[in-house]
Design a protein around this ligand. Structure first.
Ligand SMILES: Cc1cc2nc3c(=O)[nH]c(=O)nc-3n(C[C@H](O)[C@H](O)[C@H](O)COP(=O)(O)OP(=O)(O)OC[C@H]3O[C@@H](n4cnc5c(N)ncnc54)[C@H](O)[C@@H]3O)c2cc1C
Length: 563
């Protein structure tokens, strides 16, 4: 064979070989990503389990005795709904007595005479992820009807997300024209609705709520590995002790369970166990120094009609959100949204070492004029809306909060917990409220509770098994640890954040850079847009933005300087 022809043959063979190797590499990468995603989806998303959470069980399948739930807010109400299928009796203990009155379950939350004294966010901006709505619909089949009854709108969850002013289109096509829905309500609206659904309609007759504060617990006299009784201070200061087969801490950021357990001698051992923690070491916390300014404006129907709402929105679902792409300004986040009732909430969240307050519409207007956008200026209708609201001289309810540091009690690693103790909601972990995930996290805690109760309670068993608490916290961690990790990752990008002891703000820097680049890509790429939307609405997994195509497109877009 002539030398030239030989060289051509070798080149052809090499090309074929390279192409085959690339094709195999490509196929294996996609396959590995798909397998990993499926694994994480089944393990952590809660979506497969949500299908089952509303299923009713026969009363004879229920365990004898009482599930005692400490705290009657979002997590407590969801836990009660789950336990009503598994226990003969469910008791919620909640200090705020008015919550069981008509006012606590009022049809229209904005007409409530009382305000919550132990839930600081009762008068703050509230957003619900689409996953929360999906879960609540399973628990309460007539949810949509009940929302309408309470003036709470439901709509496809298109929040007109944007990257510093550039729209990230909602993935309507990718969802075949049916974007998952969510509900639009104030915090008071959501909580009051849930309370009416759980307590107010007589649908779950084995649930009662009593007024009191849980102040301690004591081991069972026959078997100290589980709790026997719970000590309650009633509103008339009388102390009462109640038997409990399961104790659920839903006391929110009070995290009272930690104190009760320590006082009763749980949460510590004399021997060191690898990978396990004493309860006193289980808490980690860092501070993003977040300041929260919410103005709830009561407007008239006439004023609502005058608002220059864009054509692709309705009055009921009016929303504008803008996240500044500048950590040095405290990553300011502005929102203007209609909520239940004739009310518009105008909000700013901002991290800062010093107190920051936006207490008037004028202060909000000045802030908007100061926000830095990338390409498109803040749309004119936003300022115009504030002008119209201000001119109508509405009653404005101002809530100015300094959010406490976020914290995580790592119960899933804690030694010597009583076998019949669990915790969910903010009593386990709180995350940055700006991401709107807190109530979804409580829902996923309830999903974990349902899963472990279903697996661990048989028809012929009358007690919880010895590993119940351990199994619950394992499942709970699978479902909710991601929320904490995300807050940890993103909030280290703000210079004013005080990190966890032993860490500095460089932790996660590369990942933060990548996330920002994916957001930029999402403004023009449908696949990245879908991954981003799923993440924001609670439907994603932690590897969605690492799909091999998204990684390649993100890197390419960065190389060509795409903004
Ligand atoms: C400012 C702010 C804004 C937020 N915005 C959003 C948002 O937009 N979207 C979202 O999903 N999440 C948001 N969150 C988070 C969300 O509100 C919480 O995750 C959610 O309320 C947790 O519910 P929970 O029942 O665990 O705790 P909580 O709602 O805090 O309730 C705790 C309950 O325990 C009771 N309690 C306390 N001590 C005792 C005791 N010793 N005995 C008995 N009962 C007791 C209290 O009275 C209260 O009813 C926000 C949080 C904050 C702070």
């Amino acid at each position: 064979m002539p030398l030239d022809a030989y060289a051509v043959c070798v080149m052809d063979a090499l090309n074929t070989c390279t192409c085959t190797l690339l094709a195999i590499f490509y196929g294996l990468t996609i396959l590995a990503w798909r397998l990993l995603r499926r694994y994480l989806f089944n393990r952590s998303s809660g979506i497969p389990e949500i299908e089952n959470i509303g299923k009713t069980r026969f009363p004879e399948q229920r365990l004898d005795g009482t599930a005692l739930i400490c705290g009657g807010s979002i997590a407590g109400l969801l836990a009660a709904r789950i336990c009503s299928e598994f226990f003969e009796h469910v008791i919620i203990v909640e200090p705020e007595e008015w919550l069981t009155s008509e006012d606590g379950m009022r049809r229209f939350a904005w007409e409530q005479e009382h305000k919550r004294t132990r839930v600081m966010q009762y008068q703050s901006l509230h957003g619900s992820q689409a996953l929360l709505y999906a879960g609540l619909r399973k628990l309460f089949p007539d949810l949509a009807e009940q929302c309408r009854y309470s003036g709470i709108a439901i709509y496809p969850a298109d929040r007109k997300m944007n990257f510093a002013g550039t729209l990230i289109p909602a993935p309507v096509e990718s969802y075949h024209g049916h974007l998952p829905e969510t509900l639009v309500s104030s915090r008071a609206g959501l909580e009051t609705l849930l309370r009416r659904l759980v307590l107010g309609r007589g649908n779950y007759r084995n649930i009662v709520q009593i007024a009191g504060t849980v102040i301690g617990l004591s081991p069972h006299s026959d078997d100290p590995s589980r709790i026997g009784r719970v000590k309650i201070r009633r509103t008339d200061s009388q102390i009462e002790e109640l038997d409990a087969n399961l104790v659920i801490d839903c006391t929110g950021v009070t995290r009272a369970g930690v104190k009760w357990l320590s006082q009763a001698g749980y949460g510590s051992t004399d021997v060191n166990i690898d990978g396990k923690l004493d309860l006193k070491d289980a808490k980690i916390s860092f501070d993003q120094k977040l300041q929260y300014s919410s103005l709830i404006c009561d407007v008239t129907p006439d004023t609502l009609k005058k608002l220059p709402i864009p054509n692709d929105q309705t009055t009921e679902t009016m929303f504008f959100g803008f996240w500044e792409d500048d950590p040095n300004n405290g990553r300011r986040f502005f929102v203007m949204t209609k909520v239940d009732g004739d009310r518009i909430v105008i909000f700013v969240g901002q991290s800062s070492d010093d107190p920051v307050k936006y207490e008037s519409l004028n202060a909000m207007r000045s802030l908007i004029q100061d926000l830095k956008t990338h390409k498109n200026p803040i749309p004119g209708w936003v300022i115009e809306t504030i002008d119209i609201i201000e001119a109508s001289q509405p009653e404005v309810h101002s809530s100015q909060l300094r959010i406490p540091p976020t914290a995580y009690i790592r119960y899933h690693q804690t030694v010597n917990l009583p076998s019949n103790f669990v915790a969910l909601g903010d009593s386990v972990s709180s995350v940055d409220p700006l991401y709107g995930q807190g109530c979804t996290k409580a829902l996923l805690g309830a999903v974990a509770l349902h899963k472990v109760l279903s697996a661990k309670t048989q028809v012929d068993t009358k007690e919880l098994p010895a590993d119940f608490s351990e199994q619950f916290f394992k499942e709970h961690s699978k479902k909710t640890d991601n929320f904490w990790q995300l807050t940890h990752l993103l909030d280290y990008g703000i210079p004013s954040t005080t990190p966890l002891p032993g860490e500095d703000l460089k932790v996660g820097r590369l990942l933060r850079w990548y996330l920002r680049r994916v957001q930029i890509l999402a403004t023009k790429d449908a696949q990245a847009g879908r991954a981003y939307w799923d993440g924001v609405m609670g439907f994603g997994t932690s590897v969605d933005i690492f799909h091999p195509f998204i990684v390649l497109k993100t890197l390419f877009n960065t190389l060509i300087g795409g903004e």
